[in-house]
Design a protein around this ligand. Sequence first.
Ligand SMILES: NC(=O)c1ccc[n+]([C@@H]2O[C@H](COP(=O)([O-])OP(=O)(O)OC[C@H]3O[C@@H](n4cnc5c(N)ncnc54)[C@H](OP(=O)(O)O)[C@@H]3O)[C@@H](O)[C@H]2O)c1
Length: 306
Amino acid sequence: MSIQAMRKDTVAILGLGKVGTAIGFLLKSSGYRIVSIASRSASSLSRGITYTGGKPYKNFSDAAAQAECILITTSDDAIASVCEKISSKGSINPGKKVIHMSGAGGLNLLESAHNAGANIACIHPLQSFADVEGAIKNIPGSTFGITAEEKIKEWSVQMVRHLGGIPFFVSDVDKPLYHIAACIASNYLTTLMHMVQEIYQSLGLNHEDAVRAFWPLVKGTMSNIETKGTIQALTGPVSRGDIGTIKKHIHALRNKMPSFLEAYSILGILTADLGLEKKTLSPRNAELIKKILEGGRENEQTGQHE
Ligand SMILES: NC(=O)c1ccc[n+]([C@@H]2O[C@H](COP(=O)([O-])OP(=O)(O)OC[C@H]3O[C@@H](n4cnc5c(N)ncnc54)[C@H](OP(=O)(O)O)[C@@H]3O)[C@@H](O)[C@H]2O)c1
């Protein structure tokens, strides 16, 4: 089915936070009719309506009753209870579609709607949204993980395409792994950057100067990953097999910032595997580096180098 060929469902949005509001705006812009919206707080509702349009409702069930497709974009913890509420109040007729957008949650969050005859799916934008405007800007071009019942798989793909996104099917069983990768890419990357910032701050830079100092390095690395892939983008002492440098790092961390030593070592061990794959690191040096990082004292004492 072409993008244009699919008739666009009427939509209800339950939960006008960042994602609900931005998705509502983009769906409306691509020709979906947002017929109803509901949110827990009056402030979210009045802000959201300026983006999404649609008739505002005080309760979720009344809003859900108006539309063929119901998007539950509340916080993750509220999805199942909102779904149960609208399902028990008769707002779900067989054939309606009920969707959530959580990366962590599976289809089980929508079980009550499924039992009421709805077709259910999770359509998750693989993106990080700090505010509504950012979400509106970044959703087009983002990949969406789709976990859907067979009947609405193709429909889900079309909705993602209408949002300007790139669809990708994820089975319900693989959802936790899918979400782990998203957390590493976004949250753990942030934690890594925070570690870098703390190290530079410990050398006397203020927060702003610290970010300014390492940001070009991060941007350059990201750009290399995007254009060359992770293996070819790898540089640095582990990939070169500079064992002396790695020993100095461990020594410095042990003395100055011991709380980072474990993370540095674990990441270094994983980095050695990338160096092996890139073939810039010999198997013997990879072995030595891993031993040093695992706390192999004999290597540190004998100072074996290749
Ligand atoms: N932000 C991201 O980066 C991102 C990315 C991908 C997917 N998602 C997913 O998108 C969904 C929404 O996330 P968000 O970032 O838009 O969150 P958000 O901005 O914090 O908005 C959450 C919404 O949930 C509502 N809510 C919270 N607790 C509720 C409850 N107990 N009952 C009813 N409504 C409740 C809030 O209502 P009021 O404001 O009216 O109180 C608000 O509308 C989540 O499933 C999240 O996993 C988020």
